[in-house]
Design a protein. Structure first.
Length: 319
């Protein structure tokens, strides 16, 4: 079982070219409640695991996480070494492999594969709770965001408007959005931006979260450059919304994407429930020699065999 402990980190070597991204819906997913990056992250890991962990930690959301792709970006390690390192990082509590069954328009069904990554080492109970939350979240219909050609254009740089004081009549959702710029200047929103995003933020409060939780979820793991704060916050308000707790789940409307979530073994990819895959590994990969034939517990000593053969020879020589 992985130990709930923050390991130290070594900065991974910079990639000579942009790292390849996975198909939409696939790839790396950062786990919630991440600790800020530190110079000594992953330092307690062995050298190979430390380098690979530092490299993976700096990959963007949605980056490809297959063994072959990682090995191409890490010339010091081959595919077998990368696969062994990912298995070790899974046992240490840094990652879990997850597959989601997605049913889209027209009843088309496909699996998407994701790797949840945590900079903080987590134990099996924590990962199990995260998977349970993902299963509940899978029951919530995903909203379809239609981007107009004008909105898809590259936004021009603009000077963020300063945060205005929170007024007495402001809703908790509006107040939280108005204060984002004080937590991180890259997410400074104008009054108009806050008004547009207020309904999305208000939905979080109906699901039992408070303003501090909302702000932490929106500012965690920001990219180095944010071209459109309002666009990024809108996306995070949509993608990171907590699951709605409901005794009687409401069936999704016809045509709404329906997802199913399963954890899979980090090494061999066999799917299963979280409790059946402790440390992210199936039983076979945790005990690779389990299926080998058993050796008898007791074998006759060599001298005893020789004595027995000598006695047989004596019997054959006897009249």
């Amino acid at each position: 079982m992985a130990i709930q402990k923050i390991s130290s980190a070594l900065r991974a070597p910079a990639s000579p070219r942009p790292y390849p991204m996975a198909s939409p819906g696939y790839g790396k997913r950062s786990a919630p409640d991440q600790q800020p990056r530190r110079a000594d992250d992953f330092m307690l890991l062995p050298l190979r695991e430390r380098n690979i962990a530092g490299f993976v930690d700096q990959l963007p959301e949605g980056a490809a996480m297959d063994v072959k792709g990682l090995a191409k970006q890490l010339p010091l390690y081959g595919q077998q070494a990368v696969g062994s390192a990912l298995k070790a990082l899974s046992v240490a509590g840094y990652l879990r492999r997850v597959r989601c069954l997605v049913t889209g328009e027209g009843g088309q069904v496909r699996w998407v594969f994701r790797t949840f990554w945590s900079r903080t080492a987590r134990d099996n109970e924590w990962w199990g709770a995260l998977m349970a939350a993902e299963v509940r979240r899978a029951a919530v219909p995903e909203p379809v965001v239609v981007v107009s050609p004008a909105a898809a254009a590259v936004p021009q740089q603009r000077t963020p408007e300063p945060d205005r004081p929170v007024l007495e009549g402001d809703s908790p959702a509006y107040a939280a959005l108005a204060q984002l710029g004080r937590s991180d200047a890259r997410l400074a929103l104008s009054a108009a931006d806050c008004a547009v995003l207020e309904p999305l933020a208000a939905e979080w409060f109906t699901r039992g979260v408070d303003a501090d939780y909302l702000v932490r979820a929106l500012v965690a793991g920001l990219p180095a450059r944010v071209d459109s704060p309002v666009g990024l916050v809108r996306r995070r308000l949509t993608d990171k919304i907590p699951p709605q707790v409901s005794v009687t789940p409401v069936p999704p409307a016809p045509g709404t994407p329906v997802r199913r979530v399963m954890m899979e073994c980090t090494k061999c990819g066999v799917p299963g429930r979280a409790e059946a895959l402790p440390d992210g590994l199936c039983r076979t990969c945790r005990q690779p020699d389990e299926g080998a034939p058993e050796v008898p517990a007791e074998l006759p000593a060599e001298r005893d065999v020789r004595t027995y053969v000598a006695e047989l020879r004596d019997l054959l020589k006897a009249p």
